[in-house]
Design a protein around this ligand. Structure first.
Ligand code: NSS
Length: 428
C-alpha cells in the first residue's frame, strides 16, 4: 500500500506492506530505523534483529539511503515517528542497494543541477511536480467545461510567431526550419473549424537572458477563441487562472504546506482581476521612482514594482505597437496601441500570460510585415486565413512554469520544471 493510505487507515496491530526508497536510516545495535519514502509520504520502519530473518536484518543494516526496499510489518502509533505511525518490520527486503548518494546537505546549485536526475527525488521537488500536474489537470477540466477543444499543433515550423531574434533553427531535410515559439498561428487556423481551442505544447526561445523567469524550453498553454474580442479574452484568462489556483488549493494542501505556500494566498485569486492600461502602468512606475516614458518595455524589475504588493493577478492592457508582435489588432481608441493584455502575477512575480485580439485585416498585416521586414512567404498560409471567412478572434499564451513558479513561490523558474533548459544548461 502507499504510505499515506497506511497512515490514513491507521489500524494499529494490522500488517501492512509498503515499498519505496530509503529516506533516512540509522541503526543502534540490534535495531535499524529505516524511514521509507514513496510517492505519497514517508514512514519509519523499525527493523529489530529478533523480529526478522537474519538476511533481512543484514540488508537493513547495510542499505544506504535511496536503496529501494519492500517492508512488511505491524502498524504502531508512535508520536516520535514522522506521520505519527511506524511499521514494526516482520520482513525487510532490499530490492536494489544504492551506492553512496551524491546529494547531501549544503551542496552548490551547479552540483545539484548536474545531478538533477537524482535531485528530483527530494520532497520539495516532488511537491512541485505534483502541483504542476494538478494545475495542468485543473486547466484541462476548465477548458473542457467551457467548450474548448484540445488540439495538437506542430512543433517543427517554418515561420516565427514571436519574432526572429529568439528562434532555434534547424535543418529539416535540407530546408530551414525552427522549433515553435508558440502554437498561436496554428490555433488561429483551427478556430475556423472548432471555434474554441487550446493546446499544451513545448515552446522554445533562444533567449540568452539569464533571469529567474526565462527558460529556453518551456510548456505553453495557449487558448484561441473565435467570435471573442480583447475583453472576452481577458475574462477567459482570469477564469482559467482562478480555476487553476483553486484546483491546486483544493487538491494539494499538503504539498503547498511542504513548500511554504499558504492555501489562503491562492483563495485571493478571484476574478475579476484589476485592469490597468500600459500608460497607467508607466505613471504608476514613475510614481515609484522609475523614470520611464511611453514606449519603454516592462521588464522583470518594472513588473515586480507593479505587483509586489498585490494578492491577485492584474492585466496590463493596450501596449504600444513597437513593443508587440505584428499580428495584434489595432486599438481604434488609441492608434499608438494594440488591443492586447499581459497578465501579471502578484507578489512581484510578473508576467504569466501574453494575449491579444488578432488583426483580421489582410492589408494591415501585409503592411506591418513589410514595415518590419518580415518575409511574407513563410506566412502565406497564415495570411490566407484572412481571405476565407475571417472573424473576430483572440487568444493568449500562459507560461506553465511561470505559473508554477508563482503558485509555489519559487525563487527561480528552473525549479518549476524537472529538467530545466537554460542558455548554460542542456544536461541532464
Ligand atoms: O511571447 S508571449 O508573451 N506570447 C506568445 O507567445 C503568444 N503567441 C501567445 C498566444 O497568444 N497564443 O509568451 C506567452 C507566455 C508569457 O506570458 C510567459 O508566461 C511565457 O509564455 N514565456 C516564457 N516562459 C518561460 N521562459 C521563457 N523564455 C518564456 N517566454 C515566454
Amino acid at each position: 500500500m502507499h504510505i499515506a493510505d497506511v497512515a490514513r487507515s491507521g489500524r494499529e496491530g494490522s500488517e501492512y506492506s509498503i515499498r519505496g526508497w530509503i529516506y533516512r536510516t540509522r541503526s543502534s545495535g540490534s535495531i535499524v530505523f529505516s524511514v521509507i519514502r514513496d510517492e505519497t509520504g514517508i514512514m519509519q520502519c523499525t527493523v529489530k534483529k529478533s523480529d526478522v530473518a537474519q538476511e533481512d536484518f543484514a540488508g537493513a543494516q547495510k542499505a544506504l539511503i535511496e536503496s529501494s526496499v519492500e517492508c512488511s510489518g505491524l502498524l504502531k502509533k508512535d508520536e516520535r515517528a514522522p506521520g505519527g505511525f511506524e511499521l514494526r518490520a516482520t520482513s525487510f527486503h532490499v530490492v536494489s542497494f544504492a551506492e553512496p548518494f551524491p546529494i547531501t546537505a549544503n551542496q552548490s546549485e551547479p552540483f545539484l543541477l548536474d545531478n538533477r536526475h537524482l535531485w528530483i527525488r527530494s520532497r520539495e521537488q516532488t511537491a512541485v511536480m505534483k502541483i504542476k500536474e494538478t494545475l495542468l489537470q485543473g486547466a484541462r477540466t476548465w477548458f473542457r467545461e467551457n467548450d474548448f477543444f484540445e488540439v495538437t499543433p506542430p512543433i517543427l515550423t517554418t515561420n516565427a510567431c514571436e519574432g526572429g531574434t529568439t528562434l532555434f533553427s534547424l535543418k529539416y531535410f535540407g530546408q530551414d526550419a525552427y522549433l515553435s515559439q508558440s502554437a498561436q498561428m496554428y490555433l488561429e487556423a483551427m478556430t475556423a473549424s472548432l471555434e474554441k481551442v487550446f493546446a499544451v505544447t513545448p515552446s522554445f526561445r533562444a533567449e540568452k537572458s539569464r533571469t529567474p523567469r526565462h527558460l529556453t524550453e518551456y510548456w505553453h498553454m495557449e487558448g484561441e477563441e473565435a467570435w471573442v474580442g480583447n475583453e472576452g479574452n481577458m475574462k477567459i484568462q482570469e477564469e482559467l487562472v482562478s480555476a487553476i489556483a483553486s484546483s491546486v488549493a483544493k487538491e494539494r494542501k499538503d504539498d503547498l504546506a511542504l513548500i511554504g505556500r499558504k492555501v489562503d494566498d491562492l483563495k485571493a485569486v478571484e476574478p475579476p482581476f484589476e485592469r490597468i492600461t500600459y500608460e497607467r502602468a508607466i505613471e504608476l512606475l514613475n510614481g515609484k521612482g522609475k523614470e520611464m516614458s511611453f514606449g519603454d518595455d516592462l521588464g522583470t524589475d518594472e513588473e515586480r514594482l507593479l505587483t509586489e504588493e498585490l494578492a491577485a493577478p492584474i492585466f496590463v492592457t493596450n501596449f504600444p505597437k513597437s513593443l508587440k508582435a505584428f499580428y495584434m489588432k489595432d486599438n481604434e481608441d488609441d492608434l499608438r496601441t494594440y488591443k492586447c493584455a499581459d497578465m501579471l502575477a502578484p507578489e512581484g512575480f510578473g508576467e504569466i500570460i501574453g494575449g491579444s485580439e488578432r488583426e483580421t485585416d489582410y492589408g494591415k498585416l501585409i503592411r506591418r510585415m513589410e514595415e518590419q521586414k518580415i518575409p511574407l512567404e513563410p506566412y502565406r498560409w497564415y495570411l490566407d486565413l484572412r481571405k476565407y471567412g475571417s472573424v473576430q478572434h483572440s487568444g493568449f499564451g500562459l507560461g506553465i512554469e511561470r505559473v508554477v513558479r508563482w503558485i509555489c513561490k519559487l525563487e527561480h523558474i528552473r525549479d518549476a520544471t524537472p529538467f530545466p533548459r537554460t542558455p548554460s544548461r542542456i544536461y541532464p
